[in-house]
Design a protein. Structure first.
Length: 238
């Protein structure tokens, strides 16, 4: 589980931090809750006020399925809440920014489980996030090819990773608008293409804020075609 969110190097760095550093207990909470979540269904144990008991023990009544299910759901919620908070803070670790895990979570404009909350999803956040991420990658690939370029989208994703702090107001507007449009798309709602063109126009008019777009091949799609009056053209005129 640790390699899902951190590299070995990042994990060891966090493990070596002082206990007062919030990253350390968050990572420990993710690991502990996930370990219990994975182990409980395979153990012949029941939960009692004094801890776990063995089902075959004559002094302990087997736990009901509903009680075990509630325990599993509680562990999953605790784990997912810890994952959400951990992902917000991981960019503080320098080694993490060059890891495969960083690349995984910056593959879309939504690098955090808060994506689920924005879609009113309250249960199974980690599982739901992974499914939504796969859909968003396809959506963003089309948007990058057609409107925003992969170069500029990569910049947007890095800004989103840092919660859009220290972001130019124009870029902040574009990214937030684009996130809203993507939430509509992933919810199977229709988006009028003019919404994309409005954002592209902002980008076109501010090369100093969006230089990556202006140096991309996508920018060439938005250069007006200039008519040349040539004799061999069918519409040649004097």
């Amino acid at each position: 589980m640790k390699l899902t969110f951190t590299s070995e190097t990042t994990f060891n760095t966090i493990a070596g931090l002082d206990d007062s550093n919030v990253l350390k207990p968050l990572l420990a909470k993710v690991v502990a809750n996930h370990a219990l979540l994975a182990a409980i269904p395979t153990l012949d144990l029941v939960l009692t006020p004094n801890g776990f008991g063995i089902v075959s023990n004559q002094n302990v009544a087997p736990a009901s399925k509903d009680r075990v299910d509630r325990l599993l759901a509680s562990l999953e919620r605790e784990r997912d809440n810890a994952i959400e908070l951990l992902l917000i803070r991981l960019p503080q670790v320098t080694q993490w920014l060059s890891s495969e895990q960083h690349a995984f979570f910056t593959a879309t404009l939504f690098p955090n489980l808060s994506l689920c909350r924005r879609l009113a999803i309250r249960e199974h956040l980690w599982a739901e996030y992974q499914a939504l991420r796969a859909r968003l990658i396809k959506i963003e690939t089309v948007l990058a090819d057609t409107y925003f370029s992969h170069e500029q989208m990569n910049v947007f994703r890095e800004k989103a990773l840092f919660q859009l702090t220290n972001c130019n107001p124009l870029m902040l507007h574009v990214v937030r608008s684009l996130q809203s449009l993507e939430l509509m798309l992933v919810s199977d709602m229709q988006v009028h293409t003019q919404a994309y063109f409005d954002l592209v126009n902002i980008i076109r008019e501010h090369a100093d804020v969006f230089p990556e777009w202006h140096s991309s091949k996508v920018a060439e799609l938005y250069i007006p075609k200039i008519f040349e009056n040539k004799k061999h053209s069918g519409g040649y005129w004097f």
